[in-house]
Design a binder for this molecule. Sequence first.
Ligand code: HEC
Length: 153
Amino acid sequence: MNRKAISLALAALGLASVSVAAIAAKPADTIAARQANFKLIGKSFKTIIDQMKAPAADMALVQSSADALAKASTKVHGLFPKGSGPESGVKTHALPAVWEKPADFKAAADKLVLGTKAMQKAAKSGDMAQVKAAFPGVGGACKGCHDQFKGKD
Ligand code: HEC
């Protein structure tokens, strides 16, 4: 059964409010997986930034990091199922706004996917000038989402 079929089956049972993701994984597991994904995103992005500053950039490293960054970015939106916010009782920096403004949150996540795809393309070109040109599109996506949806430490 796919997710939609499961949702329909649950709705038929009067369990529409039970999210599929909540059944598939406990909030603690989901939150750990999304934090690990963000750690990978942070590490990959930092590697690219370090190479942007290096006198002789390792373009193979920039490429592999940009690939990892783009791939992990496509997973972000799916790692915020209902029930995985602060109300779960698990420590998370995700603000309730993620679930209160789902369209804005989706737009912020989509921006990251677009920005990191452009970065991946730039890295593949092997031209550091293109990587530098793609940088604000990624950095802006991180900041744009964190400002609205991520609490401070
Ligand atoms: C669509 C929203 C969104 C985007 C885009 C986004 N983040 Fe985040 N980020 C979050 C949220 C929300 C959290 C808190 C997650 C939690 O604690 O459950 C987070 C957490 C993190 C963390 C901490 C992970 C941990 O728990 O150790 C890092 C590092 C991070 N983000 C880096 C980045 C970088 C770098 C980018 C851009 C390349 C980025 N994020 C883009 C929303 C976003």
